[in-house]
Structure formats: C-alpha cells, structure tokens
Design a protein around this ligand. Structure first.
Ligand SMILES: Nc1ncnc2c1ncn2[C@@H]1O[C@H](COP(=O)(O)OP(=O)(O)O)[C@@H](O)[C@H]1O
Length: 196
C-alpha cells in the first residue's frame, strides 16, 4: 500500500473512531506492529494495516455489538453473550472487509484475535496482539521491557502480555475469555498465572 493510500485509510479510521485518543492508539498499534513484524521477518505491511483497522468496532455499545453480529449471522458464544465488549474484535474484522475491502485472511485473522488471543495464532496474529498490548501509550509496569522482548522472543512476550492481561482482568473481577486461557496454556504460562 502506498503512503498516500495509508494516509487515506488513517483518515477514514479517524472519521469512524471520532476521538483523537482512540485514533492515536490505533496509529501507535500500526507502527508498533510493523516494527515487531520487521524484527521477525513478517510482512510489515499486513501488520500495519491490521493495526490500523483492529479497533473499528471498539466504540460500539454492547447492544450494538450483539445486534450487528447477529445481523451478519455470526455465531456468538456464551462468553461473548455475557461480555459483548470482546465482540469488537470479530466484528472489527467484518467492518475491515466491508468498509475497507480487506480480503486478506491473514490480516482479518489478526484483527479477530487481537483482544482475547487464541490457542492457535499465526506469527502475524501474535505481532498484532503484542502491539495492541505493548504500544507506547499503554501504561503499566514492565511495558517497555516486554516491548523490547517482543522484538527478540515472541513466545516469551506472548506469555508476558497474556499474564498481564489476565492479572488486569482478575484485579477488576472481570471474567477472562476461554480463548485467552487456552492461549495461556498453549504458550506455557504457569498454572498460578492462569488461575482466575
Ligand atoms: N482476554 C480478555 N478476556 C475477557 N475480556 C477481555 C479480555 N481482554 C479485554 N477484555 C475486555 O475488553 C475490554 C477492552 O479490551 P481492549 O480492547 O484490549 O482494551 P482497550 O480499550 O484498552 O484497548 C477490556 O476492558 C475488558 O473488559
């Protein structure tokens, strides 16, 4: 994608997200995902596009997320029904397809998995998930160290981000998605870090 095409995409995303805060986040995720991708010999362009488009449905209300997923005939599991916020990732992939013409399954998969992760993740899925969790606007102890780890060792960085996400949700007494727990097992997180 040319620089101009990317700027156009960024403008359309800004119009959709309607807040400087959210737009700044997706731009940082796009930049961070491209940097992580380059470090691992993964297609940086795909990472940049997935980063740019990952949060298209992030500002939708719970009702709207459920309604729009139902309207498209998307299956909704029990966890998603109880916690519709996580649907913004799967619906976001559909919006990327419909509004931006993205038909690259690898990019769509990375958008779908960016919030709760999954037991099976491609290298592109991983760098987008890591970029969302570790972009420089995130503020938690150890972020910078994990971001530099993500340039060298994706598995170790995945363990770190999954652990920090599970700890964050647990502190707030929020349920952890089953896909996140499956990913934690797959990446070898210790049992004590998985318990909720
Ligand atoms: N792994 C998860 N399991 C269950 N709920 C989650 C998970 N990750 C995020 N959430 C929920 O989705 C919300 C939005 O997540 P996310 O998009 O990562 O946050 P942010 O708004 O900081 O970008 C969180 O505040 C939390 O309520």
């Amino acid at each position: 994608m040319s620089g101009l095409a990317f700027v156009r995409m960024a403008r359309a995303v800004r119009a959709q997200l309607g807040s400087d805060h959210r737009t700044a986040h997706v731009l940082r995720v796009a930049r961070t995902a491209a940097r992580f991708a380059r470090a691992h010999g993964i297609d940086a362009e795909r990472a940049r596009v997935a980063g740019m488009l990952h949060d298209l449905a992030r500002l939708y209300s719970a009702d709207r997320l459920l309604r729009e997923c139902e309207r498209r005939g998307m299956p909704i599991d029990a966890f998603e029904r109880a916690n519709p916020i996580v649907l913004h990732a799967r619906l976001g992939a559909e919006l990327a397809r419909e509004q931006f013409g993205i038909d690259d399954e690898a990019v769509l998969s990375a958008i779908r998995k960016h919030t709760v992760a999954a037991e099976v993740m491609s290298p592109l899925d991983e760098v987008v998930y890591l970029a969302d969790g570790l972009e420089p606007g995130r503020d938690f102890t150890g972020r910078a160290a994990l971001a530099s780890l993500a340039l060298r060792d994706r598995d170790a960085a995945m363990r770190g981000v999954l652990a920090s996400s599970i700890a964050y949700l647990t502190r707030r007494s929020l349920d952890v998605a089953p896909q996140t727990l499956a990913a934690a097992g797959r990446y070898g997180l210790g049992k004590e870090q998985r318990s909720v």
